[in-house]
Design a protein around this ligand. Structure first.
Ligand SMILES: [Zn+2]
Length: 365
């Protein structure tokens, strides 16, 4: 296959791809405006194309020159020449004149995890609680969609957010795994920006790049997000993407110090369901006073990061923590680090390693 054919029908994009029909569809409650329809079509098309990067793209709508340059960047990152575009509709998009929101407000792209919760905390400090909108796009990462949605629901109820919005996406694309990052973050922002502007926010805060790897796909790289911001300006869309770089373990530390209790409602664990219970009961047996959050297996890198920060910075954890349980956690983690030194080298040698050394010193007696 050399050509991908994409059709826009109201709130649905369909692509005939090499593996059959793939689609993206917005729920009925998503507000379709000229802006939201434009952004959905442009970045949705890029998301659908991203697993295949075929040389020709045929559409029943125009892909504007600015977004074509983003496509070209993605293709170039995969050592491909820019695609050629063919459209059966030669009408260019007419975007209404959009005014810069006058309020000091921000939206946060909320995945349900600790990095975006940290962004919500930070934005609340910066803009005031009532001026922060959290938006969760549900369905984008299909493998974890159900769990993310469940925890976002729980956070909305338990943490008393003023403004929380779900964008429901029916995702029939085959873009998945690490490759999903070729276009995912741009599509995610495309779905959030209309809500942000509607709320009066000219900034959308997203996860930072403190721990980005060299081989990170196109939309996960900071220089490409800067390029995306330039494109928004050129299109006269009065919204910019912002981020705060903070390593994971310090993001957890910030939350524990400033929003103690929020992490109880975070889904962040890596472990597949079939091992989850086994790991968990092992921790319950060997370190019962290190009480795991509901979402934690205790053994994956994510859970270890959170628990390492907890035994250093969370009074609610340390007040009830037996010294022997802290020592069990550290000994177990030391042996895990030994086994995984190659697999998680960047992670272990970075901030995690530093904080681990600090914890070992603290609990050495
Ligand atoms: Zn885990």
């Amino acid at each position: 296959m050399q050509e991908l054919s994409i059709v826009l029908k109201e709130r649905r994009l369909e692509m005939k791809g090499p593996k059959g029909l793939e689609s993206l569809e917005l729920a009925q409650n998503y507000s379709l405006t000229p802006l939201s329809r434009f952004l959905f079509s442009q970045l949705g098309a890029m998301f659908l194309v991203s697993p295949y990067v075929e040389p020709r793209i045929r559409t029943n709508f125009q892909i504007c020159p600015e977004i074509r340059s983003l496509f070209a960047g993605m293709y170039e990152s995969l050592q491909q020449a820019p695609p050629r575009f063919f459209s059966s509709d030669d009408q260019p998009w007419q975007l209404p004149t959009l005014r810069e929101p006058s309020l000091q407000r921000a939206a946060v792209a909320h995945g349900g995890g600790k990095d975006s919760l940290r962004n919500i905390w930070w934005a609340e400090e910066e803009y005031g609680r009532e001026n922060v909108l959290a938006v969760h796009v549900s369905g984008l990462n299909r493998a974890v969609a159900k769990r993310e949605h469940e925890y976002c629901d729980r956070q909305q109820k338990e943490l008393g957010f003023h403004n929380f919005k779900f964008v429901e996406l029916k995702n029939g694309s085959r873009s998945a795994g690490h490759e999903i990052m070729r276009a995912r973050d741009f599509f995610l922002l495309a779905l959030i920006i209309p809500d942000a502007l509607e709320f009066g926010a000219s900034t959308v805060i997203t996860e930072g790049y403190a721990e980005t790897k060299e081989n990170e796909p196109f939309s996960g790289k900071v220089e490409n997000m800067r390029f995306f911001n330039q494109i928004l300006s050129r299109l006269k869309i009065p919204c910019q993407v912002a981020w705060r770089d903070r390593e994971e373990v310090y993001a957890v530390k910030d939350l524990l110090i400033h929003r103690s209790g929020w992490l109880d409602h975070v889904a962040n664990c890596f472990t597949p369901a079939k091992y989850f219970g086994v790991y968990r009961s092992c921790w319950e047996r060997n370190a019962p006073s290190l009480r795991l959050y509901d979402s934690q297996c205790g053994s994956c890198p994510k859970c270890r990061t959170v628990n390492l920060a907890r035994i250093l910075y969370d009074k609610r954890t340390t007040d009830n923590l037996a010294l022997s349980d802290a020592q069990y956690f550290l000994a177990n983690t030391k042996s895990w680090m030994g086994r995984n030194r190659v697999k998680f080298a960047d992670f272990i040698d970075g901030s995690f390693g530093e904080e681990f050394a600090r914890a070992c010193q603290r609990y050495s007696r």
